[in-house]
Design a binder for this molecule. Sequence first.
Ligand SMILES: O=P(O)(O)O[C@H]1O[C@H](CO)[C@@H](O)[C@H]1O
Ligand SMILES: O=c1cc[nH]c(=O)[nH]1
Length: 239
Amino acid sequence: MIPTPHISITDKELVAKTVLMPGDPLRAKMIAETFLEDVVQINTVRNMFGYTGTYKGKKVTVMGSGMGMPSIGIYSYELFKFYDVENIIRVGSCGAYTKDLNLYDVILVDDAYSESSYAKTMGLTSAKTLKANRTLNNRALKAAERLNIPVTTGRIHSSDVFYNLKGSVHEERFEKNGCIAVEMESFALFANAKALGKKATCLLTVSDSLVTHEATTAEERQNSFSRMMEIALEVARKS
Ligand SMILES: O=P(O)(O)O[C@H]1O[C@H](CO)[C@@H](O)[C@H]1O
Ligand SMILES: O=c1cc[nH]c(=O)[nH]1
C-alpha cells in the first residue's frame, strides 16, 4: 500500500532499511543537511519532512515523527509495514527526572514505561513497559565508546502529556517506576516494532530538567544534539 496516507514516496528503494526519527521535521532536515551525502527528499506530506542519503557510504533515511504516540505510531507503522524498514532509531529530546542528569547528557533507552493505551488499543499488549531492541542498543553502546561519548542507559517515561497538572508525577515516575527522564513517543514506537517483528530503539538528549528547571531554547533543541546523531548514524551504518 504505497504511497500511504501520510508518506508520498512511491519507490521503496528510496527508503533505507534504517530510519533515524526525530520528533521535529526541521531536525530531520538539519540531520540530512549536516550528516548525509547525495540527499533526496522522500516526504513532504503534512510537512513531515523525510530524506534519504548516504552516511559513510551507507544508505540512511531520516524523517520526522511529530510529537506524541499517535503521531509516531502512524509514521513508524507505515515505514515498517509498507516501506520494509527494519530499524527505527528515535533521536529525541527529553526532560530529566533526576538531578544526576545534566542538560545535553545523552540517554540510551533500555525500556519505556507509559500510562498510554497505545499498545492495548492496537490489540498488542496491556504491558506498561516495552523494551528497546538489544541488538541496536549494543551497537549504540559500542559506537558511543568508539566516539568517546558518555551515555546513560535506563528506563524512560513515555508520557501522553507535556503539561501535567499533577505537579509531582515526575517524582512518582522516578521513585516508583524507575524512570530517569520523560519524552512522548518511545512506547508507541516499541509497540509497533514488537507488533511487526522489527527493531527499534531511542537515543535522547536532555533538553530540560524537571528537578532543577534548567532548559535549552527551541533553537538549541533543533540544532545542538549532534553527539546523539553521531551515535545513531553509526548504529545505522552497522545495521
Ligand atoms: O524532541 P522530540 O523528538 O520532539 O521529543 C520531545 O519533545 C517533544 C515535546 O517538546 C515531544 O515530542 C518529546 O518526546
Ligand atoms: O516530553 C518532554 C520532552 C522534553 N522535556 C520534557 O519535559 N518533556
